[in-house]
Ligand binder design. Structure first.
Ligand SMILES: O=C(O)CCC(=O)c1ccccc1C(=O)O
Ligand SMILES: [Mg+2]
Length: 333
């Protein structure tokens, strides 16, 4: 196995309640005939140093999810290429989902923190670009201002788009209740991570207010089984990079869906290899709702041109085998 460090900058840094993401550094992972990516994001995964150490030791486990993701993706890509299948079909079969997987996945636009006017503009632009689902970051401003932002987002979207909000763990219970009621009134479909990550089970009491509760960061501190046992979420935000790989992600999705909990698949603003991996993961989930995979355009540069750009609010899954055409030059150091 070979690893190669890379860094990519965001052209449009993503401002969130948990800080600004302005660059991503990680490792390309090459196994015999397969390509993976390990791009840690502290808060969701291990640190860069821990990731490198785990990759150098060679057999990363669940304590280093980004490293495990890199190796698992590369091994599955190699297996899919070997059998001449698209990665999503191999993943679907391995996870026990119906295959063939989908040919395209719906995606949401991601609108970062910004002023009321910037938020309205970004939502309007997304709808003009053909997105029918938009996620707005909240929690970085006062509840009063965020309330205005959510109203402006709904005004801009009209009934042309499903809306979601993502608080990245910023609120206490009272603020969360207030903001969920606003989101319900404005017909948002769910609010991601209203409370801090480690308060996973407290989210159960926030459900049933007319808007869904989704958990994201909590899946890095609390097992999927514990979240499901606590009835803590209507939706799980499944990031292959933070759940330890495509295989772990699809296992989590299966368990959640068996418990009646919906799942969306998203990136951690990864480079092209992991982003494409996440597209294949989403395609393996039957009737997946709009996923947070429209993150390639946030990057100023990437490891290769995007073989699967967003068009009209969806991403077409590349023809196989494996991850698909367009990454050839990355398979060699
Ligand atoms: O889900 C999306 O729309 C894009 C991905 C995203 O928001 C994100 C990207 C990096 C780190 C955290 C998050 C998040 O969902 O909180
Ligand atoms: Mg989130």
């Amino acid at each position: 196995m070979g690893i190669e460090r890379f860094s990519v900058e965001l052209a449009r840094p993503l401002d969130t309640a948990a800080g600004t993401i302005d660059s991503r550094t990680g490792f390309l992972v090459r196994t015999d005939g397969g390509l993976g990516e390990a791009t840690p994001l502290p808060g969701w995964t291990e640190s860069l140093d821990e990731c490198r150490a785990a990759l150098e030791r060679g057999t990363p486990d669940d304590s280093t999810p980004a490293a495990r993701h890199g190796v698992s993706l590369a091994r599955t890509d190699a297996a899919a290429r070997e059998s001449g299948e698209r990665l999503c079909d191999t993943l679907a079969a391995d996870a026990g989902f119906a295959d063939p997987a989908a040919d395209a996945v719906p995606v949401n636009a991601t609108v970062g923190d910004g002023s009321v006017a910037e938020t309205a503009d970004a939502v309007r632009t997304a709808v003009e670009e053909g997105y029918d689902c938009v996620k707005v970051k909240v929690g970085a401003r006062s509840p009063e201002t965020d309330e205005e932002r959510l109203r402006a987002a709904r005004d801009a979207a009209g009934d042309a788009a499903e809306l979601r909000a993502d608080a990245n763990g910023a609120w206490d219970a009272a603020t969360a209740e207030r903001m969920l009621d606003v989101a319900a009134e404005l017909d948002f479909s769910y609010v991601e991570q209203p409370l801090p990550a480690e308060r996973a089970s407290d989210h159960a009491a926030l459900r049933g207010r007319g808007v869904g509760v989704a958990l994201d960061e909590s899946l890095s501190t609390t097992s999927v089984s514990a979240v499901l046992d606590a009835d803590a979420a209507d939706v799980l935000v499944c990031k292959p990079m933070s759940l330890g790989g495509p295989d772990r992600t699809l296992a989590a999705v299966r368990r959640a869906r068996e418990a009646g909990v919906e799942c969306v698949v998203t990136t951690t603003i990864d480079a092209v290899v992991a982003r494409l991996g996440a597209v294949h993961v989403a395609a393996a989930v039957p009737d997946v709702p709009a996923c947070g995979l429209a993150t390639g355009s946030m990057l100023a540069s990437d490891l290769a041109p995007d073989p699967a750009p967003v068009s009209e609010g969806r991403i077409e899954v590349p023809e196989g085998p494996g991850l698909g055409d367009g990454l050839e030059q990355l398979y060699r150091p």
